[in-house]
Design a protein around this ligand. Structure first.
Ligand code: FAD
Ligand code: MG
Length: 376
């Protein structure tokens, strides 16, 4: 992205165009390289933040592998043993094999295949994540909805189905057709036999808004059990910082810039051991006719959510909760999102808005670095 494009984007971010029925549409300058840029940015961000720690105390280099549709990086400090990396990545792959919508032997694939036909018995891990997803669906009044699969497929934000042609924005007719299939209340869970049933044919689970959090928690569990004192887990932006740094200071984690300008991060969060998860418009999107369409959908109207937010970061002790809450709060928007957060003591949030305003809950130690943004 050249400077001219960046300036255009900068100018437009405050002046978005939208039609009342449509989801989040941010006017941006056209650039075919933007999605690639976005995925590179996160890796860069983390390498900046942790660089000085890496040089002095790490006994094993960090390991990155592609899993869960993203780059997963584990960094173990102090007594790190190569077998711990292996165990962590094995566990992440195990979770992917159970919960991916794309792997035909996965539990989620089988549940979707049998929608409206019959219940499917699943692994206890899958059951736990779906149960938790339903809990967050209920808590957020359906803003978080794990049955969003038909919308994810229809919008095809990541372009898995290029055969569908250049005009990617689906017609209103198609959206109206799939929207009734999105309803978490039509998920039937049976704890007796760990079975899951989607009541209507065409329904589909998608655990993209929660399962990375579960995987991060599981990775932390393995690392803790191995007796490793401090570590960083980064599963494509689902970050857990573990333990205390050797000098007893707090971890510093960069808050990613959710615009697509060449400025990697907005500021620094200082935190003790914690999970940090961000949901944002820049994670996955496509651009059509100068408009940006992202991957977080409103279960009410079937469009990418549009509510002035560019990103929501949740900081709390559990990555699965942080993951679901970041998506839920993003969908709800600032006011309703804050109300939801009141029922999760210990959860803190940072909101970045389209007009480059930042708001945060009082319990976060956040230092603004990029002065194009302003705190409120
Ligand atoms: P979050 O905000 O945490 O979640 C957004 C995601 O949640 C969306 O992408 C969508 O999947 C879903 N969602 C959208 N709206 C809602 C809503 N209202 N309520 C609830 N959920 C919603 N990506 C690939 O490209 N290829 C893969 O093979 C692949 N495999 C994966 C396997 C697993 C087990 C998981 C967990 C993820 C996988 N992914 C894959 C990534 C996935 O498709 C999502 O893009 C990713 O999880 C989004 O995470 P996020 O933190 O960016 O966004
Ligand atoms: Mg999430």
């Amino acid at each position: 992205m050249n400077l001219q494009n960046a300036l255009d984007f900068n100018k437009f971010m405050g002046k978005t165009h939208t039609k009342p029925t449509e989801g989040h549409k941010v006017v941006v300058s056209k650039s075919s390289s933007v999605p690639l840029y976005s995925s590179c940015l996160r890796v860069l961000l983390l390498s900046i933040i942790f660089i000085n720690i890496l040089s002095c105390t790490q006994t094993e280099p960090s390991r990155s592998e592609f899993a869960l549709g993203t780059v997963c990086t584990i960094t173990l400090f102090d007594q790190a043993n190569p077998s711990v990396y292996r165990d962590v990545f094995n566990r992440i792959r195990e979770i992917e094999n159970l919960m991916s919508v794309n792997i035909s032997s996965s539990d989620v694939y089988k549940i979707n295949e049998n929608a409206g036909i019959q219940p499917v018995q699943v692994h206890v891990d899958t059951f736990i994540v779906i149960e938790r997803a339903i809990f967050f669906a209920e808590s957020s009044n359906g803003a978080f909805d794990p049955t969003v699969g038909p919308l994810v497929n229809l919008w095809d934000i990541t372009g898995e189905h290029p055969d569908r042609g250049i005009d990617k924005v689906p017609s209103q007719e198609k959206i109206d057709e799939v929207l009734p299939l999105v309803n978490w209340q039509d998920v039937v869970l049976n704890k007796e036999d760990y079975s899951v049933f989607l009541r209507r044919q065409g329904m589909a689970l998608d655990l993209g808004g929660i399962a990375k959090g579960f995987a991060a928690d599981e990775a932390a569990f393995i690392i803790e059990k191995a007796g490793i004192t401090y570590a960083i887990i980064d599963l494509g932006g689902n970050v857990i910082v573990m333990g205390k740094k050797p000098d007893n200071t707090l971890w510093k984690v960069g808050l990613q810039n959710p615009t697509i300008l060449d400025i990697p991060f907005i500021g620094i969060i200082r935190t003790p051991q914690n999970s940090l998860v961000t949901s944002g418009v820049n994670e996955r999107f496509f651009i059509q006719d100068g408009l940006l369409y992202h991957h977080i959908f409103s279960p009410l109207n079937g469009y990418p959510v549009r509510n002035r937010l560019l990103s929501v970061t949740i900081i709390t002790h559990n990555s699965m909760s942080a993951d679901a809450l970041s998506t839920a709060v993003f969908v709800l928007g600032y006011e309703e999102g804050m109300i939801l957060l009141e029922s999760f003591p210990g959860a803190e949030a940072i909101f970045v808005f389209e007009d480059w305003e930042i708001r945060k809950t009082p319990g976060i130690d956040f230092e603004l670095i990029d002065e194009s943004f302003r705190m409120n």
